[in-house]
Design a protein around this ligand. Structure first.
Ligand code: SDX
Length: 431
């Protein structure tokens, strides 16, 4: 297909323009229309980017029809059950699974970047006592460029790598500090003798008053959830990071922009919204009424955790989380968790309803994740923070990939202008 082209014919003038087809290693080919405006004087129009490839990337592949998700070619099902989160982070950052020495070295580097500049504690203290942890996360991550001046030259590959390591290492510390601020407890410092997820649990739930040992089941559940949330191709928040980075903005500002985009309930904010929805539904008897609300065009209610721009099949991550739910709840919380039962009944009814079947609306990654987070003792307002901690690995991987691409240009879409044509200013007396 390397020389194939697509011809665009302007029926009004008979003009023909040939555009090259670009074929990746997997997935549909793309028509390279970058010269369309210069050659034919037209823009393309694709709000929401339903049919637009924004870049070349070798990080993650999704097949929405088949429900396939590969990180650097490895199926998510294998990584989720066999790898550690930092092993997957190395894979996404560098393109291959690490050998034993590379993994040990990478774990040491990340571990030694987990502490925060002590002045950041004062920054956190400035937030209102009941600030949403996502508001604190956006603010503190954006402020990191005020503390780490020594690695901000975005055109220096070594500075880019140091910033990537700092972000991956410090996000759990900042997330846990935001949680501690929201519950009025002292911030817990990271411990270098703990693995990444165990350290996060320590910083979240330990107090200076007594010894805390992170549970192995909780650590394994968090490791799995972080792997499942680590990356997902050109989703809204990753595209936000790429667009911010295309202007040469520093990595901390770019990741803060990604966190802001992830916060929306249509995106990463959905996991918190799913729990709110399940608590609002309250009882299995109410499910049919809420299914009807979700189908009613005049009702803004949507089934949170259902539907996906790309997956028109079961989200492979949701399938894995659904299975882990039972294991975690069996081992950590009471087996008959009413919310899990309600969620499964909701899924069963929705997947047999024509409206959802016709629109290929299946549970996505957010539908079950909150139930596990809640079983781990994590409050709802921290669910999207958990998503952001994990997705930071994907965001920095895409940022590094874009910044090392010599063809990288500032992203600058155009528009269909619908405003007034030119008109002259009128003195106020004549308006
Ligand atoms: C994430 O992009 C990614 O990769 C994201 C993500 C990642 O890892 O980064 O996977 C994480 O963001 C998962 C999605 C989490 N969001 C939610 O669960 C919120 C609920 N879902 C919807 O808001 C919606 O499904 C979206 C936003 C996820 C997708 O929206 P689309 O692709 O723009 O689909 P659409 O709005 O055009 O819907 C198509 C039809 C519409 O009906 P019709 O106009 O055709 O009659 O399906 C309906 C929609 O009304 N629909 C729903 C629905 N989702 C879509 N109806 C009821 N409940 C829903 N959840």
């Amino acid at each position: 297909m390397s020389n194939e082209t697509i011809t665009v014919i302007n029926n009004a003038t008979g003009e023909r323009h040939d555009f090259p087809l670009r074929q990746g290693s997997l997935g549909p080919a793309a028509v390279d229309i970058s010269s369309l405006y210069k050659e034919a004087g037209f823009f393309t129009y694709d709000p929401g980017f339903m049919s637009t490839a924004s870049c070349n990337s070798a990080i993650t592949y999704i097949d929405g029809e088949e429900g396939v998700l590969l990180y650097r070619g490895y199926p998510i099902e294998q990584l989720a059950t066999k790898a550690s989160f930092l092993e997957v982070a190395y894979l996404l950052l560098y393109g291959d699974l690490p050998d034993e020495k590379a993994l040990v070295d990478f774990e040491k580097i990340i571990t030694r970047h987990t502490m925060l500049n002590e002045n950041l504690k004062d920054f956190l203290d400035g937030f209102h006592y009941d600030a949403h942890p996502m508001a604190m996360l956006v603010g503190v991550v954006g402020s990191l460029s005020a503390f780490y001046h020594d690695s901000l030259s975005v055109n220096d590959p070594r500075h880019r790598e140091i910033s990537a390591h700092r972000l991956i290492a410090k996000l759990p510390t900042i997330a846990a500090a935001a949680y501690k601020h929201s519950v009025g407890e002292p911030i817990m410092y990271p411990r270098n003798d703990l693995r990444y997820c165990a350290n996060f649990l320590h910083m979240m739930f330990a107090t200076p008053c007594e010894h805390y040992k992170p549970g192995l089941v909780a650590e394994k559940a968090m490791n799995l959830l972080f792997i499942l949330h680590a990356d997902h191709e050109q989703n809204a928040s990753t595209s936000t990071v790429r667009l911010a980075g295309s202007s040469g903005a520093n990595p901390f500002a770019c990741i803060a922009a990604g966190i802001a985009s992830l916060w929306g309930p249509a995106h990463g904010g959905a996991n918190e919204a799913v729990l709110d929805m399940l608590l609002e539904i309250g009882d299995v008897k109410e499910v049919p009424r809420y299914i009807e609300k979700a189908k009613d065009k005049d009702d803004p209610f949507r089934l949170m955790g259902f539907g996906h721009r790309v997956y028109k099949n079961y989200d492979p991550r949701a399938k894995i989380i659904r299975e882990v739910c039972h294991q975690v709840l069996d081992e950590i919380a009471d087996v008959n968790n009413p919310l899990l039962e309600l969620a499964m009944k909701l899924e069963e009814i929705a997947l047999n309803d024509e409206y959802f079947v016709e629109r290929k609306l299946y549970p996505n990654v957010d539908f079950y994740s909150g139930i596990i987070y809640q079983a781990l003792g994590i409050p709802r307002n921290m669910f999207t923070v958990m998503f952001a901690v994990a997705r930071t690995v994907g965001w920095v991987s895409h940022w590094l990939e874009m910044m090392s691409d010599s063809n990288n240009r500032i992203g600058r879409p155009r528009q269909i202008y619908r405003g007034p044509t030119q008109r002259d200013y009128l003195p106020i007396s004549k308006r």
